[in-house]
Design a protein. Structure first.
Ligand SMILES: Nc1ncnc2c1ncn2[C@@H]1O[C@H](COP(=O)(O)OP(=O)(O)OP(=O)(O)O)[C@@H](O)[C@H]1O
Length: 547
């Protein structure tokens, strides 16, 4: 396809792509790899694609403008058609107990300060918070696994979210990056599935957890296996960039808890390999992202699917939750409890943020200067996939072993890059926004925004890759006034909110721009308004046993 002589430019490519889509719509050709695989196309590695739906992105739908795959390349559609493909079968997960329980980050010196973060809980009849894991109504085996994970006391979000989920309520939860949101939903879900066991039917997951990126899905899968260790629960995962047939084998074996990226999940749903009659929990991790443009259409399809069990709980978690997205989220929630730990959309104050005024011509020199001081465990965010490739090859020729992760890399390469960075064989990871959310990597000491993201929520998530669970972290941002001035006001708000120094040049630019949070309520708002809902501060047990 990409060698076709009539494609001379982007316009030609667009026409060719539309033509292919029309042929597909008319059922003249298939653009979907499943068809190929089901008809027995010979599997091999690094085969050239015929254009799989998932290669248009995790969801296969229109993507939102700020997503890297949209903004990074002017010729994305050409690339989508041309993209290299592979039949990738991911390595089997470890069954070694030590390895399973070694995945998390040990809590740091600021952990006890979590206790000082203001908490807002609103909704009808909000269940009281818990003080510790043993009083959380979790099954003994789960509490055992929590101990083996090294958790001594719950984080604030765990204290509020676990009882809400256990009580059978829907939930919208906002808490800062690295504060234990994953366990907040996994622990009560796993415990409740064990409390009230139901026969496992193939292709009928009892809990479905969707994630915006493949690597985050893998991480949640590992966490779920950890907390469900030595129980009979089966934890499954399906995500794009991997062999459909291989993951179909996992589906047909059946999973109580299924973790998925949306596009791949919907592929299975479209073929009726997965249905939701038995689904008791639907979790949207990074919920604001899952409900934003690009994913929202797919999410609607999932949430309103004809097979969806009416009595399911919907749980949404994120560190950021713009008000317009909260309103949209409300459509999928039923009499939900809203929990905000600290400032909704606020940055973690354990991350020391430094902003340098750097023009695009001076960024490389500034980066080298910083890396020469200390390069170990540095993640460098750039806006474009091409920029990531360029910077990674440039740095690889210096003294800094560097790898990269972005949406144009094969899935096997993406996973290898993360492994190399995690085990320290690569000191520097160059990443696009595909790595900005959720990833929990022990040795990230420093986040560098080589390019300032276009959206302040992306900034908050990116810098949240460090300074996790009470550890100190460091984030450095190159701010180019020519390119980034529109985000200055939002950035100042984030810096002020986290008690960070705002440089003079930025303060002067600060009159421009706006944000996804209304100014008077920046700091935690339940968009339903406060009229009919109670602030639950009095309804929560005292937290004196925090440490
Ligand atoms: N109660 C606890 N005690 C100690 N460590 C914990 C506790 N809860 C979670 N952790 C650890 O904290 C780290 C961060 O947790 P997690 O990844 O769930 O954060 P998050 O809030 O989802 O962050 P993000 O917004 O970036 O997705 C993990 O390594 C996890 O194992």
């Amino acid at each position: 396809m990409h060698n076709a002589p009539f494609i001379r430019n982007r316009k030609d490519a667009l026409m060719a792509y539309r033509f292919l889509l029309e042929l597909k719509t008319a059922n003249i050709i298939s653009l979907s790899s499943d068809g190929d695989e089901r008809r027995g196309r010979r599997e091999g590695f690094n085969q050239e694609p015929r254009g799989e739906r998932n290669e248009r992105g995790e969801a296969g739908f229109e993507r939102r403008r700020r997503n890297e795959d949209d903004i990074n390349n002017n010729n994305d559609i050409v690339e989508d058609v041309q993209k290299k493909r592979e039949f990738y079968i991911p390595p089997a997960p470890s069954n070694d107990e030590t390895e399973i329980f070694s995945s998390g980050i040990a809590s740091g010196i600021n952990f006890s300060k979590y206790d000082n973060i203001p908490v807002k809980v609103t909704g009808n009849d909000v269940p009281p918070g818990i003080k510790n894991f043993t009083s959380a109504d979790l099954r003994g085996i789960i509490v055992e696994n929590v101990k083996k994970s090294g958790y001594k006391v719950p984080t604030p979000i765990q204290k509020r979210a676990i009882p809400v989920i256990t009580a059978g309520r829907d939930l919208m939860a906002c808490a800062q990056t690295g504060s234990g949101k994953t366990a907040s939903f996994l622990l009560p879900i796993i415990s409740k599935l064990l409390d009230d066991p139901q026969d496992l039917e193939f292709g009928r997951p009892q809990a479905v957890i969707v994630s915006p990126t493949r690597e985050l899905a893998i991480q949640i899968f590992d966490e779920a296996r950890k907390f469900a260790y030595e129980t009979y629960l089966k934890i499954g995962i399906v995500y794009g960039g991997t062999s459909f047939r291989h993951q179909n084998d996992c589906i047909t074996k059946g999973s109580h808890v299924l973790i998925a990226t949306l596009g791949r999940l919907l592929d299975f749903v479209d073929r009726t390999f997965v249905t939701f009659e038995d689904t008791r929990f639907v979790v949207l991790d990074e919920a604001d992202r899952m409900l934003d443009m690009g994913f929202s259409e797919g999410m609607r399809k999932l949430m309103t699917h004809v097979t969806m069990r009416p009595q399911h709980q919907t749980l949404m978690f994120s560190a950021t939750f713009p008000e317009d997205i909260q309103r949209l989220a409300g459509e999928f929630l039923n009499n939900y409890v809203f929990v905000a730990i600290g400032m909704v959309g606020g940055a973690c104050s354990d991350v020391k943020q430094t902003i340098y005024e750097v023009s695009k011509f001076n960024k490389r020199a500034k980066l080298m200067e910083i890396l020469r001081e200390e390069a170990d465990g540095t993640i460098v965010f750039v806006e474009t996939k091409r920029g990531a490739d360029f910077l990674a090859s440039y740095l690889s020729e210096t003294e800094f072993p560097t790898t990269s992760i972005h949406g144009d890399r094969l899935q096997s390469q993406r996973e290898q890059a993360l492994r190399d960075f995690k085990n320290g064989s690569m000191k520097v990871l160059i990443a696009t926004s595909v790595a900005s959310r959720g990833l929990d990597i022990k040795n990230i000491k420093h986040v560098i925004n080589y390019d300032m993201p276009k959206n302040i929520d992306d900034y908050v998530h990116r810098i949240g890759r460090t300074g996790r669970v009470g550890n100190n972290g460091r984030a450095t941002t190159f701010f180019d006034p020519d390119q980034d001035r529109l985000i200055a006001a939002d950035l100042i708000k984030i810096l002020d909110g986290a008690g960070q120094t705002v440089p003079e040049f930025l303060r002067n630019l600060g009159a421009c721009g706006g944000g996804g949070y209304s100014s008077q309520d920046f700091g935690g708002v339940d968009v339903r308004g406060r009229g009919n809902y109670v602030n639950d501060a009095t309804n929560v047990e005292a937290d004196e046993d925090w440490e």
